[in-house]
Design a binder for this molecule. Sequence first.
Ligand code: ZN
Length: 316
Amino acid sequence: MAKMVELVAEKHVEYIVSVEKKKDAFESVVMEHLRMNGAYWGLTTLDLLGKLQVVDQDEVIPWVIQCQHESGGFGGNIGHDPHILYTLSAVQILALFDKLHILDVAAVTNYIVGLQNEDGSFSGDMWGEVDTRFSYIAICCLSLLHQLDKIDVEKAVNYIVRCKNLDGGFGCNPGGESHAGQIFCCVGALAITGCLHHVDKDLLGWWLCERQVKSGGLNGRPEKLPDVCYSWWVLSSLIMIDRVHWIDKEKLANFILDCQDVEKGGISDRPDDAVDIYHTYFGVAGLSHLQYPGVKAIDPAYALPVDVVNRILIGS
Ligand SMILES: [Zn+2]
């Protein structure tokens, strides 16, 4: 029997902290404009591993607040243009640290409300690109802020339903090809709004579990290579529609563990590739969904630890 690789949690914590510190390193330069997303991936991973306290929140929180634009949206870094993608990451970071009360909720809400279009869809920013990813982000963000009633939820849901395909999956707009990332966004938005009855669970569950390839990893579309990040998009969707038992969980866990750099920490997209913070997050989040020992439970719709979501939504 092949030797089981274990999760090198301590190494991953060191890796994440080192990426944050090496501001001039290659990865940080690449990440410069989406530092807010990188911070969310790194910090959520630390929290899932029970190590959020290694971060100095007196450094993180003021930086997050400084990234807020006068429109209410957040940029990827200080002085950058706001986008709904960074706005959700900022809200999620504040949620992790239990700091949502310092946020100008009305300003963030106005920003997101202003991005909803007549047909119910959402644009990502003032330039107007429309994508079901942005529908999910708007709904997730406003739900975390208890402001979901400020948008036209019915229209938002109807738009998502129009993006449903004959294979049970969802695309980025009506007629767009089904893709695991897009499916996560649409199913997540429907889960948060209590509208999962629009999903054909058996049909979609079948499409999703067919994403598992021989190595145990998951791909995002037919004929594509497996990639650790799909552990998150596919598994979360399967959990939300109650079909996660249709995949081989042990094989998937081993695939993720094989993508670790066991010397320096971090997780890559596929075995032996270079690690990055994005795949480190999705790998650990995937293991969380597989109930790997020592990893906290993550909420499949909100992409935050379950205890954080409960604190916000139930107040416990
Ligand atoms: Zn990937």
